[in-house]
Design a protein around this ligand. Structure first.
Ligand code: NCD
Length: 318
């Protein structure tokens, strides 16, 4: 099969549009970048002559930095637009900003926005490839891909594993993208949360739902913890952070209910003492939180590579 046939999309907007084969292909490609990133010489010219613009309307440490590193290591010209410094602050609309950037002929635009659906809307107004770097509480495909790579490297095939996603599922694009990906690859997914932090139609997702964390963690292979996304909450969703930690915080006592070798994951940023205790977060035998960060760069390199294959070819004779 020619490489372009292995990823048949102009954009990477969500896990929802991807097949299991496309996901596995991107993870296989990322494996090569993990090895390369551990060498002193990390550069390649896969994206030489291409330009990547990062447009982040929300704060970010891991995602923004790893996209920038990924672009630079592949040889792209990488530009980072700070919303604070741009004309967006002067009242320009999302579409006008997108069309302005598009007029400069970038090849790839990686966008993060607080509204669900904003990145899909933007993609309809530009010619370049668009990557969703997180849209509201909708999708965060590159996070789910890097989580899958982390699991696969530690536990082998994802099919048949039981994964518990715990915490603020309602507001989490990470939870949504992970649920979609894990189910496509054949994992069993459990959601653990208080009723106030679960979406309404949760029973239609094909997952098991637990309100009691102790029951939900029994025998699981993987535990994914999530932050309380206070910035997306209008009003109060939990009585107090202290009480939340008591019922839904991961500590040594609750961790003991999972499989003895269960992995602890967190997309970051962590709120220590709210959803996770420092002792388990820093347990180097169980916690793979920093592996997730490392693999995030490799996964974003793989995403850029598959999208670049579907861009118009560079004419080197001109
Ligand atoms: C997540 C996000 O922004 O959705 N973080 C990330 O990308 N690593 C999760 C979060 O903000 O809690």
């Amino acid at each position: 099969m020619p490489p372009a046939a292995l990823f048949a999309h102009q954009h990477l907007l969500g896990i929802e549009q991807l097949s299991a084969a496309e996901i596995e292909h991107m993870l296989d490609l990322a494996e090569g970048y993990v090895a390369l990133n551990r060498h002193a010489h990390k550069k390649s010219d896969v994206l030489k002559g291409r330009s990547l613009i990062l447009l982040f309307f929300e704060t970010s440490t891991r995602t923004r930095t790893s996209f920038e590193l990924a672009g630079k290591r592949l040889g792209a010209d990488t530009i980072n637009i700070s919303v604070q410094m741009s004309a967006i602050k002067k009242g320009e609309t999302l579409i006008d900003t997108a069309m302005t950037l598009n007029a400069m002929h970038p090849d790839v635009l990686a966008v993060r926005h607080p509204e669900a659906g904003a990145v899909n809307l933007l993609a309809r107004h530009v010619n370049c490839a668009v990557i969703n770097a997180g849209d509201g509480s909708h999708e965060h495909p590159t996070q789910a891909l890097l989580d899958a790579l982390t699991i696969r490297r530690r536990r082998g095939p994802i099919a048949g594993l039981t994964v518990a996603i715990c915490g603020d599922i309602l507001h989490s694009r990470v939870a949504r993208s992970n649920m979609l990906l894990l189910k496509k690859l054949g994992a069993r997914v459990r959601l653990i949360a208080p009723p106030t932090l679960l979406p309404t139609a949760v029973e239609t997702f094909g997952v098991e739902v637990f309100h009691d964390m102790r029951k939900g963690l029994a025998g699981v292979d993987i535990i994914m913890m999530l932050r309380l996304q206070q910035e997306r909450m209008a009003g109060t969703f939990v009585p107090s952070q202290r009480e939340y930690f008591h019922f839904y915080g991961l500590d040594e006592e609750k961790l003991a209910l999972a499989k003895p070798d269960a992995l602890i994951m967190h997309p970051g940023p962590m709120n220590r003492g709210v959803e996770i205790d420092s002792v388990v977060a820093d347990d180097i035998t169980r916690s793979v939180i920093l592996d997730q960060v490392e693999l995030g760069v490799a996964v974003r390199q793989a995403c850029l590579e598959v999208l670049a294959r579907n861009l118009p070819a560079l004419d080197h004779n001109r």
